[in-house]
Design a binder for this molecule. Structure first.
Ligand SMILES: [Mn+2]
Length: 456
């Protein structure tokens, strides 16, 4: 366990009883154990490591609570100097990028509410965004085309982008009065004739910038907007795990969770990822493997180590399983990166209520055979788990009994299909997906016993 985590747990213990702050951490704190774990399920009593978003919220919830508590109920009592907001944004239309995402929609809604403008959407909202709108009961912003048809002279504040190629074509460049963004300034950055209001910060999400601006202007966003901004940070940072995540994103997650009254940040993140998984086109292999993963520790005679268990819930598991040659190496890379001993990825079809398990090495295969005994295909990399669908109730308890009942590592190790040659690094692509780049793997083909180097 890291020193940081140890500190947070002690800290949490001191404040658990007395604190009225939540900051998304209430559930994790209530379920935390003396040795820094979290009870995953009351019935089975199985414990796991805190997820990153739980770990961060357990570290930040008191700080965040105090920040929120310090905001005046009536900000008119704050000196004007501290309330400065750029007048040029008043009445502007706030709009995000094409192929729009949650950060763009939440940023437009939050920015419009903060600066006194109107939100709009640049394109159709995705399933993750629709989830957040429904969850927080916030109205979907109108189409930018419709807003501009009604009022063609509207000023525009671009949020979550500043590249002209990402702008909705209905927007005239000379109407842009503001840009609030967190992306690099590249060759297609918008050119303007006059100075515009610009707030670009190298943070993990645009929503964190809006949240922070609310706070430094002594304002509280309404609960629904705080919730939208919270979900947007979780989306862009892959639940605070992405490489662009900053301490500001981490702190704003706790501040917004406090404002939005969130008890269980992990549960919210899980529900959101499930909604995101309904549209698989934009999901990277890294996001699929790490979007909803939990780490379980074991201490038995035959196995003393950790298992990283990922779940992707989807309506179309074939689309995911078709990407096995991308997912299996990513599983191995994530295993190495997270420093765990074993990794599984269960792909759950939530319509048929059936699941399949991706297996990337012989250790995992051996446990899976004893635990589930399902039919194995694809050279030992895929097991049919039948109608099991719950990690909490049906996967982990069975694996736990197998290990506690004396499972031991198989003696001989057949050549693995995939091995990591070079881990590479994580980066955030232009559509804000966390991707692995610069990695190489060795692929062994058991059919003809050949090997090949595959780069991602
Ligand atoms: Mn963004």
């Amino acid at each position: 366990m890291s020193d940081k985590l140890e500190m947070s747990i002690n800290f949490a213990d001191d404040t658990k009883a007395s604190s009225t702050f939540k900051g998304g951490a209430a559930a994790a704190l209530n379920r935390s154990t003396a040795d820094g774990k979290v009870i995953d399920d009351d019935e089975t009593g199985i414990v796991r490591n805190p997820t990153e978003v739980e770990r961060q919220s357990m570290m930040n919830f008191v700080k965040a609570g105090k920040i929120v508590e310090s905001l005046p109920d009536d900000y008119a009592s704050v000196p004007d100097m501290e309330l400065y907001l750029p007048e040029m944004l008043t009445d502007a239309v706030f709009v995000g990028h094409l192929v729009t995402d949650l950060d763009s929609i939440a940023g437009a809604i939050g920015g419009a509410a903060l600066y006194g403008g109107k939100p709009a959407r640049a394109s159709k909202v995705n399933s993750e965004t629709q989830f957040a709108l429904d969850y927080w009961n916030v109205e979907k912003p109108p189409k930018i085309e419709d807003v501009l048809k009604e009022d063609p002279d509207s000023d525009i504040c671009l949020v979550d982008h500043q590249q002209s190629s990402q702008m909705n074509p209905a927007i005239r460049a000379d109407k842009v009065v503001g840009i609030i963004d967190h992306h690099a300034l590249q060759s297609q950055t918008l050119v303007t004739d006059v100075p515009v209001y610009i707030d670009i910060r190298p943070w993990g999400s645009m929503a964190a910038i809006i949240a922070h601006t609310y706070v430094i202007h002594s304002r509280r966003p309404p609960k629904g907007i705080a919730g939208m901004l919270l979900c947007a940070i979780l989306s862009d940072t892959l639940n605070l795990q992405g490489p662009t995540t900053t301490d500001w994103d981490r702190l704003m997650v706790s501040v917004l969770a406090e404002m939005a009254d969130v008890d269980d940040i992990q549960l919210l993140a899980q529900k959101q990822f499930k909604a995101k998984s309904q549209e698989l086109a934009g999901l990277s292999a890294h996001a699929l493997v790490n979007g909803d993963a939990k780490t379980f520790s074991f201490k038995a005679s035959g196995f003393d180590g950790t298992i990283y268990f990922s779940v992707v819930e989807t309506t179309d598991d074939d689309i995911i399983l078709d990407r096995a040659s991308e997912l299996l190496p990513e599983m191995l890379a994530s295993k190495e990166e997270k420093g765990v001993d074993m990794i599984f990825l269960a792909v759950v079809n939530i319509v048929k209520l059936k699941s399949k398990l991706l297996i990337c090495d012989h250790l995992a295969e051996s446990i899976a055979i004893e635990a589930f005994g399902g039919e194995i295909s694809c050279n030992g990399t895929l097991m049919d788990l039948g109608n099991r669908v719950s990690r909490k109730k049906e996967y982990i308890p069975v694996i736990t009994s197998v290990i506690n009942d004396g499972w031991t590592k198989p003696a001989s190790a057949p050549q693995a299909e995939w091995t990591v040659k070079k881990l590479g690094h994580l980066e955030v692509d232009p559509s804000d997906q966390v991707q692995r780049r610069g990695s190489t793997f060795v692929h062994f083909n058991p059919m003809d016993q050949s090997t090949a180097i595959v780069a991602f």
